[in-house]
Design a protein around this ligand. Sequence first.
Ligand code: TYM
Length: 333
Amino acid sequence: MEQEQKKKILSLIQPTNTPTIGNYFGAMCNWIKMQEEFDCTYGIADLHSLTVRQDPVKLRAQIKESYALLIASGLDPERSTLFVQSHNPNHSELAWLLNCYTQFGELSRMTQFKDKSAKHPDNINAGLFTYPVLMAADILLYQADMVPVGVDQMQHLELARNIVQRFNGVYGDVFTMPEGYLTKATAKVMSLQDPTKKMSKSDENVNASVSVLDDRDTIIRKFKRAVTDSETEVCAREGKDGIINLMSIYGGATGKSFEEIEAEFKGRGYGDFKLAVGEAVADKLAPMQEEYKRLSADRSYIETCMKQGAEKAYKVSRKTLQKVQKKVGFVVF
Ligand code: TYM
């Protein structure tokens, strides 16, 4: 009974490469916090990852790694639903239906579609174009009230909200209107090599991003090499994008505010600050890395969790799918 009254939370992550500290501080940290209070469903968006060519062997390994990392990060498969998207066919089914309630013009305006088609001009596939509709299906299937994401996903979330408005406008109250949930300071963690660019798992420059599985020395080395500016003052002034990014990351790792960080590093140089950020991030990630190592040796546990997660996700989402099928006029048994 109590479970029914809790707000519903939904979010997914793509299994392309190991998550970065952008994924971690931008989204996963909120996933963990929200688990305490809400009815949470989190997943691995493997269907989404096919919009870019993947090596099948690597993809399979990445799906398992990403799933194990969810658990290692502190998500409890008993308390939350942790699933792999392709294990639940309801996602593809609802995505098709929602495609018919989404306009070509809306999808053409998606900045991520424009960016990714520019990056992969030889593979501008239909999946890349309709990707936000699949994401809307992910969210709406679970009647999510809140969607914890980084700022780069907000345009897609806005599209999901437009679909809800359109669909509910025709058929009545079918879908819950989802709200985005952001942590302002870390909603967009920037590249360590170009602080005007988002930190991304797929960046070719290995020094631009920190993976959640990087070892302590690598993490510290990458922060030491982070691009900043020619000044010496650690403060969040306009034009100091690199330092502001490092302050946001340090805040994410330690819980300190910008004012506290400025006070802590007053009169000390960038060298000290960069080392402190690297150490704080390494400390923050260490328990997850330990737990991941332990879980990697227990494949059968991960598989059992995946199967249970798939069953839970299927059951909840089937109800929504059938409701939609009835509304649009299909014969539902
Ligand atoms: P993905 O896999 O690119 O990223 C997973 C989550 O991490 C956030 N994120 C960041 N946050 C802050 N700074 C960054 N540099 C950074 N990079 C990534 C993303 O905003 C995201 O929250 N389409 C989604 C996956 C998805 C999804 C969904 C999310 C599929 N279905 C339904 C929410 C609801 C994606 O590609 O995320």
